[in-house]
Design a binder for this molecule. Structure first.
Ligand code: SF4
Length: 190
């Protein structure tokens, strides 16, 4: 059956990606889950860089995430900063050391090199198909989409070309537009 084959491919690819992440992370004393948390924090926006959002994104318990973040903080990969408006909210920011490690490790060289061997149209096709599978699975399981801000139904490009989040009412930069967000909703969602 087609789904069996696709599952086999995805599982095998995931294992290879984890294997390489384990190798590169181990060099710096990190486990794959710690590298995944670091990658999430580098990709998310300012509304999503909290321990709760890390737990939601990775599908982990708060306890596991708290241990993961403690290791990252202890290794100097992240720092904690209290929110300027609500001191109870703690934001997790990458340090230069954390960014440097990520740049060396993600995306894994093995994946980068395999993808670069495909023609451009085929790469775009893989990208689009995987995106659709992800969205369908998230929707069926009523999970947060964690999509890029520019694809959110609340993302508004104003007449003067500035951007605004219609959920928070705050201005967004071009850099914000590419970040992922825990409040993201697809245009088809209500
Ligand atoms: S527009 Fe959507 S994705 Fe962007 S910050 Fe607002 S809620 Fe998040």
């Amino acid at each position: 059956m087609e789904a069996d084959h696709i599952y086999d491919y995805l599982e095998r690819i995931s294992n290879l990606i984890r294997m390489e992440a384990r190798r590169s992370g181990t060099v710096k004393g990190l486990q794959p889950v710690q590298l995944e948390a670091l990658h999430y924090l580098a990709s998310c926006n300012r509304y999503s860089n909290t321990s709760l959002a890390v737990a939601e994104y990775l599908g982990l318990t708060k306890g596991t995430v708290s241990q993961t973040l403690a290791v990252l903080e202890g290794n100097g990969m992240i720092v904690k900063e209290s929110d300027a408006r609500d001191r109870r909210v703690v934001h997790l920011q990458l340090t230069e050391t954390g960014r440097g490690l990520l740049a060396e490790s993600i995306p894994p060289k093995m994946l980068r090199s395999a993808l670069s061997s495909l023609p451009v149209e085929q790469r775009a096709g893989v990208d689009s198909a995987l995106n659709q599978i992800l969205q369908a699975m998230q929707s069926a399981n009523q999970l947060k989409t964690f999509g890029a801000c520019k694809t959110c139904r609340h993302h508004n490009i104003l007449e003067d070309s500035n951007r605004r989040c219609e959920l928070t009412g705050e201005r967004l930069s071009g850099e914000d537009a590419d970040k992922i967000c825990r409040e993201h909703q697809l245009p088809s969602q209500t």
